[in-house]
Design a protein around this ligand. Structure first.
Ligand code: 13P
Length: 248
């Protein structure tokens, strides 16, 4: 059985004051069978760690360097993330791919560096509206995943998470229907099974894109949807908690 994972991607939002309030709200009365993770801006990781230590809620990065140290001005090392107790890091978010021109190769390099440091990558994949309308959803998603599998090799695939985030659903209020999400998630699992059935069965595949309390339960009820990567709704304690509760 795959334990559901509900992850909050706060993106570039928050202040030290608002983060304390948000986390106090999330912790209080949280009861979920899901693993719960928050990914604040890197500058707040230490504050978040100090608040969350011992609560069971985990913390991670939104992005990471593909190197562990050296002359990479402005970057965050997986080694430093590990030092501050991060168990996960998001990589390949569509905002990074689009706004910062990250390629599949860049994402694959980050994936390998994370795994080598013992941090679990949350690999984001997903198609644009245009690509969906052209019928290219699985072609795009498969290329994003295949590049990582090829570079990482089977030995680095024992612990990672995929987040299927259709670009047209991110921050738009448009959510994929449970059927649309399930179709892509099942196809992703099928893709993984070509490399290893064991990897396919144990890898969690999250849905992301305008997930909220009102639609979380029916999305997570799909057999191949193992949780969610939440943007906007993760910034409101009660909304985020409601999604965690909807996941079990
Ligand atoms: P929204 O939940 O705001 O649509 O964002 C999804 C997302 O990009 C999570 O990584």
């Amino acid at each position: 059985m795959r334990q559901p994972l509900i992850a909050g991607n706060w993106k570039m939002n928050g202040s030290s004051q608002s983060i304390s309030e948000l986390l106090d709200g999330v912790i209080s009365g949280l009861e979920s069978k899901a693993e719960v993770l928050v990914c604040p801006p890197a500058i707040y990781i230490q504050q978040v760690r100090d608040i969350l230590r011992g609560t069971g809620v985990k913390w991670g990065l939104q992005n990471v360097a593909a190197e562990t140290k050296g002359a990479y001005t402005g970057e965050t090392s997986p080694l430093m993330a590990k030092d501050l107790g991060c168990e996960y890091a998001i990589i390949g978010h569509s905002e990074r791919r689009t706004l910062y021109k990250e390629t599949d190769q860049d994402v694959a390099a980050k994936f390998c560096c994370l795994v080598d440091q013992g941090i679990t990558p949350v690999l984001c994949v997903g198609e644009s509206l245009e690509e969906r309308q052209r019928g290219d959803t699985m072609k795009v998603v498969a290329a994003q995943i295949d590049c990582v599998i090829e570079k990482a090799g089977i030995e680095r695939l024992s612990d990672f998470v995929i987040a299927y985030e259709p670009v047209w659903a991110i921050g738009t209020g448009l959510t994929a229907t449970p059927e649309q999400a399930q179709e892509v998630h099942a196809a992703i699992r099928g893709l993984l099974s070509r490399t290893s059935e064991e990897v396919a069965q144990k890898t969690r595949i999250l849905y992301g894109g305008s997930m909220k309390a009102a639609n979380a339960a029916e999305l997570v009820a799909q057999p191949d949807v193992d949780g969610g990567l939440i943007g906007g709704a993760s910034l409101v304690a009660e909304d985020f908690k409601a999604i965690c509760h909807a996941a079990g």
